[in-house]
Write a protein that binds this ligand. Structure first.
Ligand code: BEZ
Length: 397
């Protein structure tokens, strides 16, 4: 990675200046006994509240496994509820970096909100670990040496789902989604996957985020002349959409598919309405690997609920950060060696071991899952070792 090898790079200048600036600001000039402050900006209210809670629980579980330390240094978490509201994001980020003076940013779930974190990471050279939001720009045109993601791009799982349907001979499909970056990018991934088999997405129908009045959209679907419907929804909205889809009698006429967020962490609320739905995701219930077999019961014992992909994202965000901070023995100012170690990391995740692409996004297997008896059972592999295209990423020096 060019940026990390240049002696006069921005990261280099920052590392040299860090001691002086840190002293002026009253921060430790080198890693000392002071706790490392991590700013967790996540949704703890609204339609994505359960996602934020599980990211946090996964992150805290890894910290607990390491005695509350990263790089040998005690960690303090500063949590902010971002409400999945992009209009409040710049202020929330400023508060974390200004008043709270955190050393590292971790966040968030929502693809619109994450843009304020990405902007801060780029402009202020702060280390950012994204534990969910799939906004492609963060690891495409807005990629940066200090921006890392432990989740996915919105394109990845949707591409896997479209690919499977194209292989099955589906020629025309519709896509339904909330109208914001995550949904639009999922629709593109679904379209790209379907196109490999000669299929097309003929309509994309949208609902404003986070509204759940799906009836006008559901009423249009039978008249579209499509064989299948793909959908991006998550959290509370996904519970409502899947229930409404079944209640409208559409399941038998138009099979419903999607990136796995549609049924992830939602099955208790969806009940029978979700049975039989197939989705694609980089995680699923019953994945049989040693890490997952240890992670699932430990998470349940700690959090009192089942793990899901969001818990895995949080756990892996802390694992990746641990790799970086171990490399500097907890000195969060030494960004060059931290970023180099994180870029080279091989993460032993409950989803299966993964590495990062040169743009800092996981290269990972996308599984095909089916809801069976209230679980997202893995029934096959949609795409092995899938990397996001990473288009437009030029790592700045
Ligand atoms: C997103 O906004 O990027 C997102 C939110 C929930 C689930 C998946 C992606």
């Amino acid at each position: 990675m060019q940026a990390l090898n240049q002696g006069n790079s921005a990261l280099g200048r920052r590392a040299v200046l860090a001691g002086v600036a840190g002293a002026a600001l009253g921060r430790p000039a080198i890693a000392g006994d002071a706790p490392l402050k991590l700013g967790l900006m996540l949704p703890y209210s609204g339609t994505y509240a359960a996602l934020g809670e599980n990211v946090t629980a996964g992150f805290e579980m890894l910290l607990a496994e390491r005695g509350g330390k990263l790089g040998g240094r005690a960690v303090t978490l500063v949590k902010v509820d971002d409400e999945s509201d992009p209009s409040k994001a710049p202020q929330n980020v400023s508060r974390l970096l200004g008043r709270d003076r955190v050393d590292v940013l971790v966040g968030t779930v929502h693809s619109g909100v994450v843009m304020a974190l990405v902007q801060a990471a780029r402009e202020r050279e702060v280390l950012l670990v994204i534990p969910n939001a799939g906004n492609a720009a963060a690891t495409r045109e807005l990629c940066a040496p200090t921006i890392f993601r432990t989740s996915f791009t919105n394109w990845q799982p949707a591409y896997g789902m479209g690919l499977v349907l194209g292989q099955r001979g589906v020629k025309k499909a519709a896509f339904v989604t909330w109208d914001y970056a995550a949904g639009r990018e999922a629709a593109e991934g679904f379209r790209d996957g379907l196109a490999v088999g000669g299929g097309e997405v003929t309509q994309v129908l949208t609902v404003p985020f986070p509204q759940t009045n799906f009836q006008p959209v559901l009423a249009q679907l039978p008249g579209l002349g499509v064989e299948a419907v793909g959908a991006f929804f998550s959290g509370g909205g996904a519970v409502q959409f899947v229930r409404d889809y079944a209640a409208a009698g559409l399941r038998a006429k138009l099979p419903l598919y999607g990136p796995g967020f549609l049924t992830e962490g939602t099955l208790a609320g969806q009940g029978d309405a979700a049975e039989g739905i197939q989705t694609a995701l980089h995680y699923g219930d019953g994945l049989d690997n040693p890490r997952n077999n240890a992670f699932r019961p430990a998470f349940k014992a700690r959090a009192g609920r089942e793990a899901d992909v969001f818990a895995v994202h949080g756990y892996d965000a802390a694992q990746l950060l641990a790799v970086g901070l171990d490399a500097t023995r907890g000195d969060a100012e030494s960004l060059r060696p931290i970023c180099a170690a994180m870029q080279a990391a091989s993460i032993d995740s409950p989803r299966g071991r993964f590495k990062l692409s040169p743009q800092h996004n996981p290269v990972q297997t996308i599984y095909l899952r089916e809801v069976r008896h209230g679980q997202n059972r893995v029934i096959g592999v949609a795409v092995p070792d899938l990397a996001d295209p990473g288009t437009g990423c030029r790592m700045p020096a």
